[in-house]
Design a protein around this ligand. Structure first.
Ligand SMILES: *Cc1c(COP(=O)(O)O)cnc(C)c1O
Length: 374
């Protein structure tokens, strides 16, 4: 084992995708943006396809092209353009692109004059107030989209929107957004659009809000085995895919009163044994974990003492025996009692998404399939 490893269990990812498909009862888009939430875009995409994902979803055209480059040939949607985006490359690579506005449609139309007809999905803002056409703009966007179909510039393959509060199933915004989405679909249908897929649900809505599933659900975090809504119960058994581990690089005794790490924000109240772990915020370990999070060493959870540094952190081993070279699990599936990414999220006042997506730096990432390291 090297200094620090991210181990990605592909069978777990396939299990999660298969369970989500079964639960949803409609086709699934597995979202592999941001390097597959830190799990590797190519490997995550391949595992998702193997488990039956009809679609993959990414934010940027670059991410979509990367998937094509590693051999993905099936339906693939991207949704976050900037002015001057290379839509022609996306269209040539058979990627469905998303338009939020008439300006984006105009850019796509210009691109399709040099490429084959595009496949365009329209995003409507039903209340997240982030991307997408507002309901005021929607009629004009839809009219232009229909005109483009008649010109032969593109086919409108999808209409979609995104929830703001689906991790809080009782939040009134969910009903309001779903109602607005249905109205937007009516407007599009009245204008003559006949999209293949209408989609609204992310992981949390897939698990918690059956009425929002429409023709397709978009699952990111749940595919990686993490709960999108840890406070809302559901009965889909997901398996965390990522384990982050390292090794003790040094073990030492300190005396009562000794201060530990920058700023001496922790002081030993008795003699204790400290273990040095060679990972830090330079590798995406949250600095906020200092004096809050725990790691698993020799069959027990060990508190992180003092601040997390750029390259290293310190765990408290008490009076237990430990040696340099011992395995340190920062988080994993939790099977043996080791912390999970969700535990780290709570400790660091964030969400499990950030814990796994930010991890990187000098961690070596390894993909494992049925016990074989790929
Ligand atoms: C990231 C993203 C998703 C996936 O969200 P999860 O909560 O991880 O399931 C779905 N749709 C869009 C538009 C996204 O940006």
């Amino acid at each position: 084992m090297s200094r620090a490893e991210i181990v990605v269990e592909l069978p777990s990812l396939r299990h999660n995708v298969a369970r989500l498909r079964q639960h949803a009862g409609v086709p699934v888009m597995v979202v592999v943006k941001a390097d597959g939430y830190g799990h590797g875009i190519a490997e995550a995409g391949r595992a998702a396809r193997a488990a039956g994902a009809e679609w993959l979803g990414v934010a940027t055209i670059d991410e979509a092209l990367r998937l094509r480059q590693v051999g993905d040939r099936d339906r693939l949607l991207c949704w976050l353009g900037v002015p001057g985006e290379d839509y022609a490359a996306a269209v040539e690579a058979d990627v469905d692109v998303t338009a939020y506005s008439r300006a984006e449609l105009a850019e796509i139309a210009a691109a399709t004059r040099r490429a084959a007809p595009a496949r365009v999905q329209l995003k409507v803002d039903t209340g997240l107030s982030r991307g997408g056409a507002t309901l005021e703009e929607w009629e004009a966007v839809v009219a232009e989209a229909r005109a483009g179909e008649e010109r032969g510039d593109w086919r409108v393959t999808g209409i979609w929107s995104h929830f703001a509060c689906s991790d809080e199933p009782d939040h009134p915004a969910n009903d309001a957004q779903e109602t607005a989405f249905r109205q937007a679909l009516d407007v599009a249908a009245a204008a003559g659009l006949r999209p293949e897929v209408r989609h609204l649900a992310n992981s949390a809505a897939t698990l918690l809000r059956p009425s929002s599933r429409f023709d397709l659900v978009r699952c990111g975090i749940a595919a990686y085995g993490l709960d999108p809504a840890p406070l809302a119960p559901h009965d889909v058994v997901l398996r965390p895919v990522m384990t982050a581990r390292s090794r003790l690089s040094l073990v030492k005794r300190v005396a009562a009163g000794d201060g530990v790490s920058y700023g001496h924000t922790w002081r030993a109240d008795r003699p204790t044994t400290l273990g040095l772990v060679p990972v830090g915020y330079g590798d995406g370990v949250m600095r906020r974990a200092g004096n809050r999070a725990e790691a698993w060493v020799r069959g027990r959870r060990r508190p992180i003492r003092g601040r997390v540094c750029m390259d290293q952190l310190v765990v408290d081993l008490g009076d237990d025996h430990a040696e340099a070279g011992d395995e340190v699990v920062l988080f994993g599936p939790g099977d043996d009692g080791e912390p999970t990414a969700q535990d780290w999220a709570v400790w660091c006042d964030t969400i499990n998404y950030e814990i796994v997506t930010r991890l990187g730096g000098r961690f070596e990432r390894q993909h494992v399939d049925e016990g074989t390291v790929l």
